[in-house]
Design a protein around this ligand. Structure first.
Ligand code: IMP
Length: 195
């Protein structure tokens, strides 16, 4: 797939992995499944800042039952990125006790981030808690966790766009592109977000 010229990502993105259209189709399919499963109920959507917000906004518009939205902010891992320990930088505004909660995240890789957040949310006594991810790399999982709604499986390549960043930038690309491997450790013993 050719790379759109605007915005200019020459030297940065080597290939378009998923077009904006493919992503939107997947989001609509997920929204339809969620709408059917929660018919007649209300749903609290909880997203993780910052990457998950792009997906949350599109997914919320594809869901037909009444939803509320809230955000959980966490810092990236500390010195040991495999500890699974993250710092809460923004707590939820509303209580989720007794509510049907859907945790919405852009990507699950090792599962450390989502595993931590699921535990934190479960401790608050929701009536139910499910997880919806747009992208998944199941073969890289360290922490086993239930993912009830899953969009697309991604290859073991660092990607940017649709919420996913490189050094906090390029989240706003409407497609998902492969980041030029020359920009990070080509041996890929560590992925860029673990640097
Ligand atoms: P996990 O904790 O290993 O499951 O990693 C999930 C987090 O890693 C996501 O929330 C993203 O912030 C980040 N991440 C994983 N893969 C990518 C990628 O390909 N590009 C950008 N960020 C990524």
């Amino acid at each position: 797939m050719s790379i759109p010229e605007v915005p200019d990502v020459s030297g940065l993105v080597t290939e378009v992995l998923l077009t904006a259209g493919q992503i939107q189709t997947t989001v609509r399919d997920l929204g339809a499944r969620i709408s059917a499963d929660y018919a007649g109920r209300e749903l609290s959507l909880v997203s993780i800042l910052k990457g998950g917000t792009f997906f949350l906004v599109d997914l919320a518009r594809a869901i037909e039952v009444p939803v509320t939205i809230d955000f959980f902010g966490i810092s990236s891992y500390g010195a040991d990125r495999h500890s699974g320990v993250v710092r809460i930088t923004k707590d939820l505004d509303e209580s989720i006790e007794g509510r049907d909660v859907l945790l919405v995240e852009d990507i699950v890789d090792t599962g450390l981030t989502l595993g931590y957040i699921r535990r934190a949310l479960e401790a608050r006594g929701p009536a139910s808690l499910r997880t919806c991810v747009l992208f998944d790399r199941p073969y890289r999982r360290i922490v086993d966790l239930p993912v009830e709604y899953r969009g697309l499986e991604l290859p073991d390549l660092f990607v940017v766009g649709y919420g996913l960043d490189w050094q906090q930038k390029y989240r706003n690309l409407p497609y998902v592109g492969v980041l030029n491997p020359e920009l990070y450790d080509p041996s890929r013993t560590r992925m860029p977000w673990q640097a």
